[in-house]
Design a protein around this ligand. Structure first.
Ligand SMILES: Cc1cc2nc3c(=O)[nH]c(=O)nc-3n(C[C@H](O)[C@H](O)[C@H](O)COP(=O)(O)OP(=O)(O)OC[C@H]3O[C@@H](n4cnc5c(N)ncnc54)[C@H](O)[C@@H]3O)c2cc1C
Length: 420
């Protein structure tokens, strides 16, 4: 059976790999000339199993109201005329209800835990080099009130089988000595030793090479214009536009949609209503000037909603969320907030003048639970909508999809789609 994977970001490349391992003949289609040129290019680098809580939680509406009008707001709503944006926003509010938020957190925690195991197994099998570090993630709290919730959060994670240790300020400094430069305001932390970090783009490109070596046909620079459908209404492939402007039809027995924020537009032509909307985020990647001053343990500043990962001799710092349509413009005021964070928390650590600035669109569902499984349209499968956790969930989601396409139920408690 020939399966065509649509999109070569984290979701698409991992899907292609796990489908090959399950015995499918695979091809990959992407409008870019190589893998991971869009959202998977410069994310926060965290394999963050210890952060399954979605943005849509009972505390979110209050925070969003408090941050309204602030240029440096971690979560910002910029209204557009797109009805899809308003519909997504309304659904986001529904997912903030306590029962919904708990259900979503549980599903994400289960998939994240499984995904961590899949990633380790993949690494044991392939010699992948992507600046990975297996030194955990340290969540930092810069207010006593926020830190007061840390024990409850550790207990909630433990209920999902995820280890997290509550740390005093001194314990945080022992885990990451670079924090000592500006530790006066640090209230404490939560350390998740099983978490990891690494460069998602390098990982995707290295895995894409293995996928190609194993015989997959890679259709680069091929922009999908539409999904093609047979007389029985089932998907038969795609129509792509080549760089020369020609239209070509590519056929397959089944397709997997991994097109990030752009998937819903193509799927809508088949009557599929996918609740995915872009949530924009920013990152900087800067050369490390002084390794002793730059953190090597991956950090999440819970007070500022900023994450930071050491990628070899570079530091990646990412954050912010804007509901702003499909705009990918890098706004200087958003980058300024991230740079200010780096300079104030880790003075002298990085060369800010040589930092690369980036913005990407997280393909987010309102509850941050990805869409994995069979769509309503015959021959169309989904592995998309991973929102804030596409790197964390990549291997597990793809391995699960391969199981589902083989007719097996993956060994993870998650609401997979079954075409209903
Ligand atoms: C600032 C930021 C920080 C983040 N930090 C983290 C983190 O620390 N940890 C974590 O787990 N997650 C993180 N994420 C989330 C993660 O990066 C995403 O969930 C993930 O990259 C999404 O991967 P994807 O493959 O679904 O989408 P993409 O990477 O966008 O891939 C979609 C692919 O489809 C292709 N495509 C789209 N339309 C077409 C078309 N018409 N024809 C052909 N090809 C098409 C694109 O070229 C692209 O290659 C972060 C995201 C952002 C923005």
């Amino acid at each position: 059976m020939h399966v065509m994977v649509l999109g070569a970001g984290l979701s698409g490349v991992t899907t292609a790999w796990y489908l090959q391992q399950a015995g499918f003949r695979v091809s990959v289609v992407d409008r870019q000339p190589e893998a991971a040129r869009e959202t998977s290019f410069a994310n926060g680098g965290q394999i963050s199993i210890s952060h399954p809580e979605p943005w849509a939680n009972p505390g979110a509406p209050g925070l969003i109201l408090r941050w309204l009008g602030r240029d440096d707001a971690p979560l910002k709503f910029r209204p557009t005329r797109d009805p899809a944006q308003w519909l997504w926003g309304a659904r986001f509010l529904i997912e903030c209800l306590p029962a919904r938020a708990h259900r979503n957190t549980r599903a994400i925690a289960a998939l994240a835990t499984w995904s961590g195991r899949q990633l380790r197994a993949l690494r044991a099998r392939l010699d992948l080099d992507y600046d990975q570090l297996e030194s955990g993630i340290l969540h930092l709290f810069y207010s006593a009130a926020e830190f007061a919730d840390a024990p409850a959060r550790a207990r909630a994670l433990a209920a999902f089988g995820i280890e997290a240790q509550v740390c005093s300020r001194d314990a945080c400094l022992a885990i990451e000595p670079a924090l000592a430069a500006q530790s006066a305001a640090l209230a404490g932390g939560l350390y998740a030793p099983q978490d990891e970090s690494g460069d998602a783009c390098r990982f995707s490109r290295a895995l894409a090479e293995h996928v190609a070596e194993q015989g997959a046909q890679m259709h680069w620079s091929s922009a999908i214009e539409r999904l093609t459908v047979g007389d029985d209404g089932g998907v038969t492939g795609v129509e792509v536009r080549t760089p020369a402007g020609e239209l070509r039809t590519l056929q397959a027995d089944a397709c997997v949609l991994c097109l990030g924020s752009y998937g819903p537009r193509l799927a809508a032509a088949l009557g599929e209503r996918l609740p995915i909307y872009p949530v924009k985020g920013y990152s900087i990647t800067a050369p490390v000037l002084d390794p002793a001053r730059a953190p090597s343990v991956s950090l999440t500043d819970e007070s500022r909603r900023i994450v930071c990962s050491r990628l070899g001799d570079r530091l990646r710092i990412a954050g912010t969320a804007e509901l702003n349509g499909f705009d990918t413009v890098v706004r200087p005021e958003r980058i300024a907030g991230i740079l200010e964070w780096a300079q104030s928390r880790f003075p002298g650590a990085i060369d800010s003048g040589r930092a690369e600035h980036w913005a990407g669109l997280r393909p987010a569902t309102p509850g941050n639970v990805p869409l994995i499984g069979r769509s309503r349209t015959r021959g169309l499968w989904l592995n998309t909508g991973h929102g804030t956790l596409g790197w964390t969930l990549a291997c597990g989601s793809a391995a699960a999809l391969a199981e589902l396409m083989c007719g097996r139920r993956p060994a993870v408690d998650f609401p997979f789609l079954d075409g209903g």
